[in-house]
Design a protein around this ligand. Sequence first.
Ligand code: IVH
Length: 682
Amino acid sequence: MSDQLAATRRAAFLRAEIERHNEAYYRHDAPTVTDAEYDGLFRELQTLEAQYPALHTADSPTRRVGAAPLKEFSPHRHGVAMLSLNNAFSSAEVAAFDQRVREGLDDMAAVDYAVEPKFDGLAISLTYENGIFSRGATRGDGSTGEDVTPNLRTLSCLPLRLAGSEWPPLIEVRGEVLMFKGAFDDLNARQRERGEKTFANPRNAAAGSLRQLDSRITASRPLSFFAYGIGAGADALPVKTHDELMKLLATWGFPVADERRVVCGAAGLLAFFEDIGARRAQLPYDIDGVVYKVNQLAAQAQLGFVSRAPRFAIAHKFPAEEALTVVVGIDVQVGRTGAITPVARLQPVFVGGVTVTNATLHNEDEVRRKDVRVGDTVIVRRAGDVIPEVVASLPEKRPARDLFGGEALHPPFFMPTRCPQCDSAIVRGVDEAIARCSGGLFCPAQRKAALSHFAARRAIDIEGLGDKLVEQLVDAALVHSPADLYGLTQETLAGLDRMGEKSAQNLLAAIESSKQTTLARFIFSLGIRNVGESTARDLARHFGQLEPLLAADQAALQQIPDVGPVVAASLAAFFGEPHNRQIIERLRLAGVNWPDSAPAATGTRVLAGKTLVLTGTLPTLKRDQAKALIEAAGGKVSGSVSKKTDFVLAGEDAGTKLENARQLGVMVIDEAAFLKLLNQGD
Ligand code: IVH
């Protein structure tokens, strides 16, 4: 056998092997060889093709890695024009479409429709000659698009050679190139890591990745494809319906979406729209609506086209989730815990079904990363019930001139150094994304938020004390801290807006009844950072009373399961603030109270009914901390050892008390054993 012949055979074998492994890997998620073995086959094929260029066929899998960059894309004239779809935005428009279809078919009976997602990517046309992928192009103006063949070759989900046999000698397969949401997030994370530009959404990422002059870049991008139709070559196919056509395309090796149905009449169309609309956020790829197509191909032909769109199909669009608008200002908002959030004030824009005037910019780093500036045109997104956000700025649309013809200044955003509400310093910890106002309850914004939190149903529970009323009380300087609520009277309330005698009475009654609470609710109501309802409950259960909690230091707090250094530090910082202790004291003096120690807890507390004696210096716990822990666990601390003493907790330099314990046979434990004992109760 000649070298040439041997090489030809070997190359054919390698191509088949590689395609088989690709199929197993990409289509069935079930790799059949290790990466190293695969790379070995691949490199061998590349070497052979370099040696014998005739072997470097158009359908060779080595084409998928991309080729040297092009200077520009060449135009590609589509065999059959790529048309667009008319849109429907309401049920009435869908019903009217169905009506037109039935009239056009001279048959008023219900029509079957093939329904499928409207993929949010970019349309492409793939030409196959004798089953081999020969050309791929974007839609362009519908007649002529850009030839992006080398880029499309890199899409591992596209067949370079058609499977099966029922394909005509020339066929144009139409579909959408897109990027799955997960792949998009990964790509953006990678881009960010490398300090490269990120993409605003999967559609832009797909378009940007496909329209690369260097196909090696496309090869590194996770692009997908869904087929949805045929251009040239449609006449000769052995199918009668669109649904059969999709199944046939799948047998040739094209990905087609699972989310396809055949439904009957307008009611069927609307039911599919509702169903997929409800699942839209969970789909792994973005869709911007659904497409309805008359299922019978003969009926499609009878209906034909009007100007540049088919009469037999329509796109039923969701309200757009993204829109362009202009940033008229950037403010910062102060949250309950002082977190400062930059917010873009926008020219009102209708997006996601509502008019949006503000959108979050998350934090300082995000504003910088997206380089959002006042005057910029931005993409705003509102998906479902999610808070509207600024996705990206379009700096190319930044006006060069201001309103008076002067050179427009667009300074980048800087986080203010002082809180706009109370003028306290804004601080941001190292390694923290969030900046915070350091004003605490001096800051009216934090004060209002803290009061609303205090009064909430799950906290101290003052019925009728909502955000609006809290705002009035703080602005009128009637209330500065939660403790002031308990000093309110009918007279002081009388001056407030829309506060009749009856409402004032109701509010005062609600404040009065809030005094009977539980320790867990009380702790939660204080609004300590990182202390949610469940931590508050754990603390209440562990300590039983407030005093030992106030006495506990960070080491003692961390003995509680689920309390780590962050929560312990928050608690210590909060209780270390004399101002906060004062408010707690005033609340208790005003009559806020809770059952002393929850009776249910008594039985489970490990030291219930036990007497301990402390002696010597413990390695970490101070004397009063150890005492607080003993009491919190239900035990008593005594000054001298007797037969009734259950344990002597001894540290270094223990004196006569240790001697006595030994003589009386009382159990002596060290700090480690003591802490272990405490943990048994949890
Ligand atoms: S059929 C003659 N089906 O929507 C009709 N188009 O406005 C050809 N699109 O540019 C289109 N998903 O990119 C069809 N399932 C789908 C589609 C779909 C997305 C896009 C396509 C086209 C635009 C039409």
